[in-house]
Write a protein that binds this ligand. Structure first.
Ligand SMILES: Cc1cc2nc3c(=O)[nH]c(=O)nc-3n(C[C@H](O)[C@H](O)[C@H](O)COP(=O)(O)OP(=O)(O)OC[C@H]3O[C@@H](n4cnc5c(N)ncnc54)[C@H](O)[C@@H]3O)c2cc1C
Length: 441
């Protein structure tokens, strides 16, 4: 089969490309997806007990007007709007997120350490930024906040040595309040939940985050071939071969497959220098564990961060609070969606992770001990590619690969196609696919 444009992957990035290509008449194009569903990491599952799960806590928020418009049209009356209520579990308490804006909730000693740390960095004034993320955290936020949250949390989330990571990706992802603001909050003791771009977010009433992308895909479903896993790309002859034996030729290729895998395993006869560069791209893996219980917990919590190394998860979402329809018996059940990282500094075991998660939920007070008897569903999913790691050498690794791709008329986009964590959310990925397709038209 001869096609003008081939897209590999029907996650948000591939669907962003499809959204744009669907506007063009004349060109022959198809999206090939390895799995039997669209959405990639942004798809959802309904387990055997009827609970809906996402692949980790996904919330829809964006500064991009075009993407927001696509979301409104796709979700229609199913669009729910939530105000974020998230916490950090530390010092045996639930402190509203971000910690630095709510240190009045900490025990006195921890509160003093965090406050004094913030004052110390203000008094220090300007000083050159440290080279790596591990040093950058205390340099930017002070010793107290680093010790009580940022260092243990980031060690756990990335499961990768933070002294090998850069801090170039952070931009406005971290709140750094002035000590005068903190002083004021210590006096008035009012919680501040409202910081950050996802302070309000959208969610689908029906079918989890995946329903958004299933709705988008339905606009151009004849152009999507499921169960087509690309295994070989001959960049010179411009052909793609699939695991099922089919082969297509293309004029232009947009791929959203993980870039390290694409270079190392899919490209026919890659040059040694790009192979070497691909081995410099680092990522972690992980698990999502969903626990549904037959007890309705009435609160408005969205998610909780867990820096404590004694529990396996780094974040737990009260998923039944996102939509009542995420559980089979709304109002009678609660669902917890737990994210767990596994990587070079922290290995997790698939055979024990569900049990460890339940122990952790009880230990941290989210479940009562007697809730173990009320467990209605225990669901688990392995996630081989969880976070692309912004290492110190990431951009140096990307440069020769991107040059090779450009020379061969291939665009590699999306969370793991582009391998830029700072541009790895659903909106970024969708828009990157959209822009790659626009560039071809
Ligand atoms: C735990 C977690 C939480 C997140 N939370 C949020 C959030 O709150 N908000 C937000 O905006 N974003 C969030 N994200 C990011 C979001 O999941 C990604 O931005 C988005 O899914 C990336 O889209 P993509 O198309 O680039 O990649 P993917 O979603 O990974 O999709 C790639 C697709 O390509 C297919 N594919 C791969 N290889 C091949 C092949 N060889 N042949 C054919 N098909 C192939 C895959 O099967 C997959 O369907 C989160 C991600 C994670 C992991």
């Amino acid at each position: 089969m001869k096609l003008d444009i081939v897209v590999l992957g029907a996650g948000p990035a591939g669907l962003g490309a499809g959204y744009r290509l669907a506007e063009q008449t004349g060109a022959k194009w198809l999206i090939f997806e390895a799995e039997g569903r669209v959405g990639g990491l942004s798809s959802s599952r309904i387990d055997a007990k009827g609970f809906t799960w996402d692949i980790g806590g996904h919330v829809i928020f964006s500064q991009n007007a075009f993407f927001n418009n696509v979301v409104e049209r796709a979700l229609g009356p199913d669009a729910l709007t939530h105000t974020r209520e998230s916490y950090i579990r530390t010092a045996g308490r639930f402190i509203p997120f971000p910690l630095q804006n709510n240190i009045h909730r900490l025990p006195p000693r921890a509160m003093r350490e965090c406050f004094e740390g913030l004052i110390a960095i203000e008094q220090r004034g300007k000083s050159p930024q440290p080279a790596h993320f591990g040093d950058w955290i205390p340099w930017r936020l002070g010793d107290g906040i680093s010790r009580h949250f940022m260092l243990p949390y980031n060690n756990k989330l990335w499961a990768y040595p933070i002294e090998k990571m850069g801090h170039y990706w952070i931009n406005d992802r971290i709140s750094v309040p002035k000590s005068s603001e903190i002083e004021k909050s210590l006096k008035i003791k009012v919680d501040n939940h409202s910081w950050g771009p996802n302070a309000t977010f959208r969610f689908s009433r029906n079918g989890g985050t995946g329903s958004l992308f299933a709705n988008i895909a339905s606009r151009f479903s004849p152009h999507i071939a499921l169960h087509h896993k690309a295994v070989r790309v001959d960049a010179k002859r411009k052909t793609v071969t699939f695991k099922n034996g089919k082969k297509v030729s293309y004029g232009s290729l947009i791929t959203t497959a993980p870039l390290d895998h694409f270079v190392k395993k899919m490209i026919a006869a890659p040059e040694p220098d790009i192979l070497h560069a691909a081995s410099g791209l680092k990522h972690n893996s992980g698990f999502v564990v969903g626990i549904g219980i037959n007890r309705f917990i009435k609160n408005s919590r969205c998610w909780i961060y867990f820096p404590d190394p004694a529990v396996p998860f780094y974040r737990v979402t009260y998923f039944s609070n996102y939509s009542p329809l995420n559980v089979p018996r709304p109002g009678a059940q609660t669902s917890f969606m737990c994210e767990i990282s596994s990587g070079v500094t922290q290995k997790r075991n698939a055979s024990t992770i569900v049990k460890e998660t339940v122990v952790g939920l009880v230990k941290s007070g989210l479940m009562r001990p007697d809730d173990r008897r009320r467990i209605a569903s225990a669901w688990m999913m392995k996630v081989p590619y969880l976070y692309p790691i912004p290492t110190l050498t990431r951009d140096a690794s990307l440069a020769p690969i991107e040059m090779f791709l450009r020379q061969h008329n291939i665009s590699s986009v999306g969370r793991f196609g582009g391998w830029r964590y700072e541009a790895g959310n659903m909106d970024h990925s969708f828009m990157a696919g959209h822009e790659a397709a626009s560039a071809l038209m």
